[in-house]
Ligand binder design. Structure first.
Ligand code: MEV
Length: 432
């Protein structure tokens, strides 16, 4: 019989019922079905309340990056990510930056933008002025929707109106600028935009379609910089100044070539997103904001910009900077309910969303510096391969001291395969 995915009321079933259903559906063995077991300490009830149709939890490795010093404060940085090398790379960069005092970081005010799109306006330029004339009243109406945010010092800060040409005629787009304080801001901003929509439609003389936050949070930026001393960059085959030049060459390709820029910025997000995930924040929002910001900055040249910059200071040291939108919060969302996210925020020791945003910027810069340094010298595969080989060795059954010996052989032979790992392990155990 053909399988039918149109399961009515799947959401009404219990977690156990859903699990039984999918087990049968996919013909899972008992062992495979156990992969959906909730790990000890994970509350199935909480998971079931967080999203719909829950059948289990999906644990990611959680590592802690060391050596970070940010604005004079030492921090241990939790990172949840499936990719090997990321945590080690961030820690290494932080160690190099520490020699010159660590990272310096700053943020703008946590201003989010909400959009209200009006279509069918016959006089868009005049509509813009009608809306701007009511700016104060509209902002007050927005603030009335979130007295708590206002009480904590946030709320609507400004209202702007843009007129956009489109293939479907002119569109009037209201931007409501909201200080979200320690929240990500999505709920507050969306609620405000929905509340203002009827009055905006009336004033503009058109129909409102979208009422939603923008993930291009150009007014909620985090910035960081660090100096990586030349002498720390020397390798057995290249001097410090040579490595600096090679890193500048590697960085410059991202400036002039979108194919490289995508990978450059991806590497930055390896670090940032893993901290965003570890703190229970919306990593898609941060990714969308970062990559769109990289395109937005292309007004300064190219078609997309690297989120970092590199220069030499007067002494020839490498100075890196980063700037990107960071719409993260500490109140609301998963950050407030997920026990590991809550513990991670405590471990990180940040006291507000802006401090968390500063950490993100520093980790992004650290990650990018590590990638460029590796790419500009020995390449990243050696480090990657060693970690990959460790996984393979363990999967083949190696334990304790056997792991190092199997890894060494796999790397030496450039044959990082499970079948070879098993053969090597057998040889070792037979005493050869
Ligand atoms: C891999 O996840 C990330 C890198 O490709 C980033 C980069 O090339 O800059 C190493």
């Amino acid at each position: 019989m053909e399988k039918d995915s149109a399961i009515s009321g799947f959401y009404k079933r219990t977690v156990a019922e859903r699990r039984a259903f999918i087990t049968e559906w996919a013909g899972l063995t008992e062992e495979e079905a156990r992969a959906y077991d909730f790990p000890p300490g994970v509350d199935p009830g909480l998971m079931n309340r967080m999203i719909e149709n829950v059948v289990g939890a999906f644990p990611l490795p959680l590592g802690v990056a060391t050596h970070f010093r940010i604005n004079g404060i030492d921090r241990l940085v939790p990172m949840a990510i499936e990719e090997p090398s990321v945590v080690a790379a961030a820690s290494n960069s932080a160690k190099v930056a520490r020699a010159t005092g660590g990272f310096r970081a700053q943020t703008t005010a946590p201003i989010m933008i909400g959009q209200i799109q009006v279509v069918g306006v016959v006089d868009p330029a005049a509509a813009r002025l009608r809306l701007l004339a009511e700016r104060e009243r509209l902002m007050a109406a927005a603030n009335a929707k979130d007295p708590m945010l206002v009480k904590f010092g946030g709320g609507a800060r400004d209202l702007e109106v843009r007129v956009l040409d489109s293939p479907r005629g002119p569109m009037v787009v209201v931007h409501l600028l909201v200080d979200a304080r320690d929240a990500g801001g999505m709920n507050a901003v969306n609620t405000m935009c929905e509340a203002l929509a009827p009055e905006v439609a009336r004033l503009a003389g058109g129909r409102v379609v979208l009422r939603i936050i923008s993930n291009l949070a150009v007014l909620r930026l985090a910035r960081a910089s660090a100096t990586f001393p030349t002498e720390a960059l020397a390798t057995p085959t290249a001097s410090g100044p040579e490595v600096v030049e090679a890193i500048l060459d590697a960085y410059t390709l991202a400036l002039v070539d979108p194919f490289r820029c995508a990978t450059h910025n991806k590497g930055i997000m390896n670090g940032i997103s893993s901290v965003v995930v570890a703190t229970g924040n919306d990593f898609r929002a941060i990714e969308a904001g970062a990559h769109t910001y990289a395109a937005f900055r292309a007004r300064e040249g190219g078609v997309v910009r690297p989120l970092t910059t590199y220069e030499k200071d007067a002494d020839g040291n490498l100075v890196g900077t980063i700037e990107l939108p960071t719409a993260v919060g500490l109140i609301g969302g998963a950050t407030a309910v997920h026990p590991t996210a809550k513990a991670n925020v405590k471990l990180l020791g940040v006291h507000g969303a802006q401090e968390l945003a500063q950490v993100l910027a520093c980790v992004g810069l650290a990650q990018n510096f590590a990638a460029l340094r590796a790419l500009a010298t020995e390449g990243i595969q050696r480090g990657h391969m060693e970690l990959h080989a460790r996984n393979i060795a363990a999967t083949a059954g190696a334990t304790g001291a056997e792991v190092d010996r199997v890894v060494a052989r796999l790397v030496e032979e450039h044959a990082i395969r499970i079948d070879r790992a098993k053969e090597i392990l057998e040889e070792l155990r037979r005493g050869r």
